[in-house]
Structures are given as C-alpha cells and as structure tokens.
Design a protein around this ligand. Structure first.
Ligand SMILES: Nc1nc2c(ncn2[C@@H]2O[C@H](COP(=O)(O)OP(=O)(O)O)[C@@H](O)[C@H]2O)c(=O)[nH]1
Ligand SMILES: [Mg+2]
Length: 200
C-alpha cells in the first residue's frame, strides 16, 4: 500500500490542491502529538515527513502520493500556544474549507496523545467532523510511554470522552510500531485497496 510514496506539494490555498480526483486521507492533531512520526512509521520511511523540533511551524497542507493511487495529507498541527492569533484564524479558515469542501477526502485520522486527558480542541474537532458527517479514525499515539495495563485503561477513558468504541480507534506507537498494521488495514478498507496484511 505504501511501496512508493513521494512528496507532491505544500499547499497554502485550495486552488493549489491536486485536481486529479484521487482519494485522500488527512492527518490532524495538536502540534507535537507525533503526527509526522506516525506518517513516517505508516509508510515505512525514516524521515519523508519532517519530525519537527519547532512545533506550530507548518501552516500548509502537505501532500504525499502513495502508490500512484491516493494521497496522504499532513494537516498543520493545531493548539500550539506560541502561534499568533492571526495564524490560528488562518489555520481554521483553510482547514475548515478543506474539510468541508474536499470531495475526495475519505477519512480524517485524528491523532491524540494516549497519556493526556481529553483536550477541548481535540473533542471540538471530533464533534465538528461528526456534525459534518466526515468519516474519522482516532489514533492514540505514544502508547510506548505507558505500561500495557495503563495504556488500556487510558484508552478506555479517551473512548468514553470521544464517545467512540474501541473499533473506531487504534492504539499506536511510532517508536515500537504498535498499531501500524492495524492502522494500515483500516485505511485500506476505507480506500478499498489491498495491503500487506491481506493475502495477495
Ligand atoms: N516515545 C514516543 N515518542 C514519539 C512518538 N511519536 C512521536 N514522538 C516524539 O514526539 C515529538 C513530536 O513528534 P512529531 O512527529 O514531530 O510531531 P508532530 O508535531 O505532531 O508532527 C518528537 O520528539 C518525536 O520523536 C511515539 O510514538 N513514541
Ligand atoms: Mg509534524
């Protein structure tokens, strides 16, 4: 599913988005949650997507083409305190327009830190996606930072907070690779493509 992935464009406006009609999966999350690491882990590349030491930097939609058949879209991280108000408003405008209008969007992967309590911004995004009937998949990342029991316990708390069931999310770690194959499987189903975990 990810045998060939290449960077396509860093888009700052809707007019710059590809118009070839290929399906896409978008990735959203708070700055520093581990979004870039997750995408790199998923596609099996060390650093195609930059893992940033300076959060809140990317304000564009970064497009990656996978196997010439669909796009992965790295959305700008949100919720970083040091980003000026004006940039926050800009994030909202571009992202809201993108999420509402993008007909080829199949799913938004919402990434949250497994260790944290439910954050208002994450809950707001999830509720808004739900209200717009935009399919989403929750990923609880950095699972390696908790013991197995604690991770399961924390995941249940987040499930209740987001009002989802365990099948609507993936416990993930970019460090250990936990949840990687499960995530690929779920995305393959959404995109209706074959993946490594299936028989060929
Ligand atoms: N332990 C652990 N650290 C992670 C994981 N994912 C990301 N990180 C670290 O979290 C920081 C932010 O990661 P990055 O992918 O740049 O986050 P982004 O801002 O959401 O794109 C980096 O220091 C990563 O090494 C994970 O699954 N486990
Ligand atoms: Mg990033």
């Amino acid at each position: 599913m990810f045998s060939q992935v290449e960077f396509v464009i860093s888009a700052h406006a809707m007019a710059q988005l590809p118009d070839n009609g290929l399906a896409e999966i978008a990735f959203a999350g708070r700055s520093n949650v581990g979004k870039s690491s997750l995408i790199n882990c998923l596609i099996g590349r060390k650093s195609l997507v930059k893992v940033s030491a300076r959060p809140g930097k990317t304000q564009s939609l970064n497009y990656f083409l996978a196997d010439n058949s669909f796009y992965l879209v790295d959305l700008p991280g949100y919720g970083y305190a040091k980003v000026p108000q004006q940039m926050k408003a800009q994030w909202q405008t571009l992202i809201t327009t993108y999420l509402e209008k993008r007909g080829t969007l199949r799913c938004v992967v919402v990434i949250v830190d497994l260790r944290h309590e439910l954050k208002v911004l994450d809950a707001d995004l999830v509720n808004w996606l739900r209200s717009q009937d935009i399919p989403m998949l929750l990923v609880y990342t950095k699972a390696d930072k908790l013991s197995r029991n604690k991770a399961i316990q924390q995941a249940k708390i987040l499930d209740q907070g987001f009002l989802i069931s365990a099948t609507d999310r993936v416990l993930f770690s970019a460090l250990s690779g936990q949840g990687r194959d499960e995530l690929e499987g779920k995305l393959a189903t959404l995109l209706d493509v074959k993946h490594a975990a299936q028989d060929s």
